[in-house]
Design a protein around this ligand. Structure first.
Ligand code: GTR
Length: 392
């Protein structure tokens, strides 16, 4: 154990050194202007943003990073396979649902677990967790719950919690990621701007949204999407594409999540494309050694979520995910929110550790500790949701 701690300390110091060294290299960066159209016009109204620039930015992200967003399928069916009216010591109605999507005589099953508070008289707001870790997180077996999907904490705060397991949509492996959503869309596998695993996970989250629209225990106008790390990247992309998500919560999402790519602090585009070639489309690899040529940066991804609230988190020991860059992308997205008259409480520089920004359209904290999604993070998500849903 002691040996493990020693190695952990050494690795953390190397990571900190690496992060700081990278930081120094990249403080002076130029970002693409989110409000300047490809033909050089400046956007200064909501209407010009929504009609012209927003679709342009969305297409740039599809073509250069995450792949196409596919909405065409023949049918979708929801089957409740397990129904427990009295789960979690009587606090929850638990349903396990199989979402079956058909396209061109092929089908795919994606599993969704939903706990709704039993004592609520009205449809409940819900947090949809992109479960990219243990299959048992927020699952129906009461023994296996943990802080990654703290069912009881959410129920006690009046929220439902649902979770969709990413491997149903795309196994997280460069060899087998095609064995899911992409079986319905085989052309995507070879297209340079084709959907890959993160696109498939976001697609699955949108199918969960389709389900929420049919469940009268859920308030489908109050669906927040939550993800950690690769799930946090997915949550941002899902929220950017599918405007039915009312809020986005992105934990330690780092490179190609909330962090600005041009800072090259911590994980770089080249590093992520090398380690995880199945996450993003082929075109993204062209920027491995030329990140400045990207027509977008991640503040523009957050801008696509406007005017909906966004909360991102970082952790003090997680310099690989570039805490500063993850904060600055929200700061830089503020000008799109300002078009809608939405002003945030973000300060120009990030706040100190464990000092969350909650009562604002953009939320943020940097937590003491490591790369993780914890009860501390969830507690702040609940406070942020309460503020933006009920006290605004
Ligand atoms: C890291 C990776 C990140 C992040 C994370 C995760 O090793 O470099 O991009 O997504 O893993 O998902 O756990």
């Amino acid at each position: 154990m002691r040996k493990f701690k020693f190695y952990f300390a050494v690795i953390s110091l190397i990571a900190i050194g690496y992060g700081q060294q990278n930081e120094a290299k990249t403080t002076d960066n130029t970002l693409p202007d989110v409000l300047k159209t490809i033909d050089g016009q400046t956007v200064n109204t909501v209407s010009a943003w929504e009609k012209k620039r927003r679709p342009e930015v969305l297409t740039l992200f599809e073509n250069n990073i995450y792949g196409q967003t596919l909405k065409n399928y023949d049918s979708i069916k929801f089957t409740v396979t397990h129904d427990v009216p009295n789960a979690v010591n009587g606090k929850a109605h638990l349903k396990e649902i199989t979402m079956t999507v058909w396209k061109a005589h092929k089908f795919l099953d994606i599993h969704l677990t939903v706990f709704t508070p039993r004592n609520s008289k009205r449809p409940s707001p819900v947090f949809l967790l992109i479960n990219n870790e243990n299959k048992n997180n927020a699952d129906s077996s009461e023994k296996s719950r943990n802080d990654f999907g703290p069912v009881e904490m959410l129920l006690d705060s009046g929220y439902a919690i649902a979770s969709v397991y990413v491997s149903d949509a795309a196994p997280d492996s460069k060899e087998t990621y095609q064995n899911g959503v992409l079986q319905l869309y085989p052309d995507q596998v070879t297209a340079d701007n084709g959907m890959k695993a993160i696109g498939a996970w976001a697609w699955a989250a949108s199918r969960a949204m389709d389900y929420f629209e049919t469940d009268n225990e859920i308030d489908f106008n109050k669906v927040g999407i939550v993800g950690h790390s690769r799930g946090g990247k997915t949550a941002l992309w899902a929220g950017a594409q599918d405007q039915r998500f009312a809020m986005v919560f992105s934990s330690c999402s780092g490179c190609t999540g909330a962090a600005l790519a041009r800072r090259q602090s911590g994980e770089t585009v080249k590093a992520i494309n090398t380690a995880f070639p199945h996450w993003f489309n082929n075109n993204y690899k062209k920027y491995n050694d030329n990140v400045d040529a990207l027509p977008v940066d991640q503040h523009m991804l957050i801008s696509l979520i406007a005017p909906r609230p966004v909360y991102t988190t970082s952790a003090t020991q997680d310099l690989w995910a570039d805490p500063v860059g993850s904060y600055l992308s929200m700061v830089k997205a503020q000008k799109v929110y300002a078009l809608y008259g939405k002003h945030s409480e973000l300060t120009p520089d990030p706040p100190l550790p464990n000092t969350p920004i909650i009562n604002s359209i953009f939320g943020y904290h940097i937590r003491e500790g490591r790369h993780d999604l914890t009860a501390y993070d969830w507690g702040n998500f609940i406070r942020f949701a309460n503020f933006n849903y009920f006290h605004q």
